[in-house]
Design a protein around this ligand. Sequence first.
Ligand SMILES: [Zn+2]
Length: 670
Amino acid sequence: MLVMLAVLCGACHRGSPGPSEVASGALRGFNVLLVTIDTLRADRVGVYGGALGLTPTLDRLAGEGLRFDVAHAHVPMTLPSHTTIMTGLYPVANGVHDNGSFRFAGAKPTLAGELKRAGYRTAAFVGAFVLDARFGLNAGFDVYDDRVQGASANLEIVQRTADAVLAPAADWILNRQSPNPQSSINQQSAISNQHWFAWVHLYDPHEPYTPPEPYASRYSQDPYSGEIAYADAALGRFLGRLQGSALDRTLVVVTSDHGESLGDHGERTHGLFAYEATLRVPLIVWAPGSITPAVVSAPARLVDVAPTILDLVGVSSPPFDGRSLRPRASGEPSLDDPGSYFEALNATLTRNWAPLKGIVRDRVKLVDLPIPELYDLAADPGEQRNVYASQRERARDLESRLDRINAAAQPASALAPVDADAAMRLRSLGYVVSTAPKPARAYTAADDPKRLVHLNTMLDDAAAALGRGDAAAAVGTLQAAIDERPDLTIAYDRLAFALRAAGRTSEAVAVLDRAARGGHADRALLRSLGSGLRDLGDHARAIAVLEPLAREDASDLQTLDALGQAYARAGRPRDAEGAFKRVLDASPNASVTWNNLGSLYLSENRDADALAALAKAVAINPDLAGAHNGLGVAYARRGDLHRAAEEWKKALALRPDLADARANLEKITR
Ligand SMILES: [Zn+2]
């Protein structure tokens, strides 16, 4: 039974700041569409002051809805930030602090789970590997469409475009088809009248900045803006497609997981610092006819998103760190600012720099580092004047609030550190591995990321060089970073990656081997070492490195996949098949693993099985040249040379240097 309360708005008028009264449960029975545009810096959005006209769609939604002028993220990293949105909990409570090495354990309630329990059908459509189902945000979703495209070995940049995310989302919302044939997760029961919750994640503004045309040309000097303009336009087309019945009685919430520094405070991208360039995000709530347009100046947080949505649609909330923003939007008095916790721990976790934590409250921000910082954001929005020394009282108040949040921290759900047994086995190979998370140590000013940001820039420069295919430049930059700071563990792994990209595999393995013997071995580095040894043909040593890691943490799927490949090359097909199947159980859209499994079957002459696995690989990710080549082989063995030739041509179109495919094609056309 829908109860639509008339929205009274005596004190405001369209588009002006003012209260927008809406009752709890006023949107009961509404569909919910949550849109997260990755890496969208608030001040690039027109209604937030962006002057470039990049975001007509968002500007329209904001003009017709609620716009929260000051909204804060809690972590400037994709996976942990989205985890705060989905759980309504700070990272210290949901356990996810970084990309890749953490997963959401699913023990806490989620927005999707609560809506599903309330009878919604639920689906997510994500644009990047960093949000792959293996990292746990699929909890509560009937459908979790994490098919990404591209075949880069650097999984951080594997993504798909906004249009490729939004097309299956629109199909699902309109009940056209099941969007995710590979998913082992429950498919939706296509009941046309059941209300729905859809989360769409558009990754485009995240680097690399490579917008499609016409945005590439139009923004050739500012491709980041081009990505934003493209994502906004794609969202506009998507909403246009849903216009009418699908958008009637739908609550739309648009936000971002973090911004982008673009050189602010010396940081080029995001993740190292927590200045407003990356911490402040747009937040727009839209339900025309049900919510009166208004601009809300009271502070909002990403942990408030889930409780706000549940409040508006009348679904009871589990305990959250966040709280519903509805009363704030209604201008109810006597609500104090609870403050917004934030952290940026990637540099601590990957290179043992000082941990960055802080809190912003009443427009004052504390950044707790060896060189502490305090900013009065109202007077100094650019955070140029550190007033920590002169405003001790305000700093102390925020420090005690931060202490209370830290004291309530839950254990983190990182992938397991290397355990004692594994460490012993690795030691027998000569590798020095710490068996516990690095102990908290006394960090000094020399460990403050402010002092080390240039090293961060070197890592960024190397990644950018690799992205444009200049592996030699990346190698030089990374070697220089290691020379300056030999304990920069992550740089060894990146250097090895760059060397391998340049075809210098044995040098890459030597770098990793030396780093591991020198005490710089972490899980990621050892995984790279095992893969490198495998590619050099040293299967026994590869397995000796990878097996203990895979055995102790079954959720480390990248290691498991690498181990499967080592088994396959070492002539242990059943072990290889078992490893690949374990990966696919946890991550049904892992296209590279489907390709590996298909290749294994081909090598065993199990052609029907190979065909099925390889067809899945290219259905999920049409860019996998190797899978097309394998499919060609499978068709050829069946005598279907026409389809074989088609697949080999596809493989060569993707990778003209793929000698196997060329030789195969020449063989049948001769
Ligand atoms: Zn992100």
